[in-house]
Design a protein around this ligand. Structure first.
Ligand code: SAM
Ligand code: SF4
Length: 339
């Protein structure tokens, strides 16, 4: 049975934050110190994640699961969870191209320990990966992430390719005056290394609360900067994917931009999210959450949970209002939600 929201959008994609913890401290996401981590008892167990994922996949025909965080790779024994999720089956009766098969399993990671994990994660069932990389300069990498890990992240990207994860996409958050002078260098990196660069507009989800509209480098600016050096043509039909994509006219592959702030794509959004402690969110910017952890730990049946999922999806709004005076910042930052 499809899970359809009040605006007629069918939910197909569940983002699961497996931990709120992280081995980096990216300035646009976390403070240097002072994050309060969830007590372990509040974080969902693998069995709880699997149970919820099963309801989404097997009852509601959700055919894409993405693991994120915090940093998903810092959660111990992650491949065990991946194997559980890979054993789920999209109903054979579903209209999904994955009907009768396992859901599409992906992960978003900072890549720092990916050399150690890529192969095992792929064997466990992860199909594809997005790795974050905002700069190619070691000094800037240190100031942006507060960790001296550029070399290991670049190696993690190579490890992902060697392990057979495909496609490997690279996420770069662009901030004016911070790394916007590297847009072309990052695009060149994507071309040279046969990975798809995806530039992300800076969103008001930084823990410090310092986000300002003038720090956002717009999709139009990003595309203009790249196409001045490497001419581009648009790839039609984004569908429900968050990135608009362009093709290099010389055959150098694809590049994407996620224009959350300047060109919201809420009308096509098919995503919902589960935080590490089992709060269900129908939008990255939602201000309301539904506590599935309490529900499960209080003994709710799968039917009860399915009803609650439908009730929650019934509240999904038409879209965020970042550029309007009515916008209310969620009281959680990106790492606490699961980006
Ligand atoms: N730790 C993993 C990583 O960094 O890839 C996964 C979680 S992270 C929260 C997911 C994505 O959100 C990353 O690509 C990160 O760059 C992005 N992100 C974090 N804070 C952001 C912000 N304020 N605006 C836009 N993107 C942000
Ligand atoms: Fe950690 Fe990812 Fe946030 Fe950076 S963006 S601090 S790697 S969760």
């Amino acid at each position: 049975m499809d899970l359809v929201d009040p605006f007629g959008r069918t939910i197909r994609d569940l983002r699961i934050s497996v931990t709120d913890r992280c081995n980096f401290r990216c300035t646009y996401c976390m403070p240097e110190e002072g994050m309060t981590w969830l007590p372990r008892s509040e974080v969902l167990t693998f069995e709880e994640f699997e149970r919820l994922a099963r309801i989404f996949v097997e009852r509601f025909e959700v055919d894409g699961l993405r693991l994120t965080g915090g940093e998903p790779t810092v959660r111990a024994h992650l491949p065990v969870l991946v194997r559980k999720l890979a054993a789920l089956r999209v109903p054979a009766s579903s209209s999904s191209p994955l009907a009768g098969r396992k859901p599409d399993l992906s992960i978003t990671t900072n890549g720092a320990t990916f050399r150690l994990m890529a192969h095992e994660l792929h064997e466990a069932g992860i199909d594809r990966v997005n790795i974050s990389l905002d700069t190619l300069r070691a000094d800037r990498f240190l100031s942006m992430t507060r960790r001296d890990e550029l070399t290991r992240v670049l190696d993690g990207i190579e490890a992902a390719k060697e392990a057979g994860l495909a496609p490997v996409k690279i996420n770069a958050v662009v901030q004016r005056g911070v790394n916007d002078d590297e847009i072309v260098d990052l695009a060149r990196y994507g071309r040279d290394h046969d990975v798809e660069m995806r530039f992300i507009e800076f969103m008001p989800l930084d823990a410090s609360g310092h986000w300002m509209n003038d720090q956002v480098v717009s999709q139009d600016e990003i595309v203009a900067a790249i196409s001045a050096v490497f001419p581009l043509e648009p790839v039609p039909a984004r569908g429900s994917a968050p990135a608009d994509r362009w093709r290099y006219l010389d055959g150098g592959g694809l590049v994407g931009v996620i224009p959350t702030v300047t060109k919201p794509f809420c009308g096509d959004c098919d995503r919902v999210r589960l935080t590490a402690e089992g709060q269900f969110r129908t939008c990255l910017f939602a201000t309301t959450e539904f506590c599935f952890r309490t529900l499960m730990r209080d003994g709710a049946s799968d039917d009860d949970i399915a009803v609650e999922i439908q009730r929650a999806v019934g509240t999904k709004w038409a879209g965020h209002q970042i550029n309007q005076v009515t916008f209310i910042r969620p009281n959680r930052s990106m790492s606490q939600i699961g980006g």
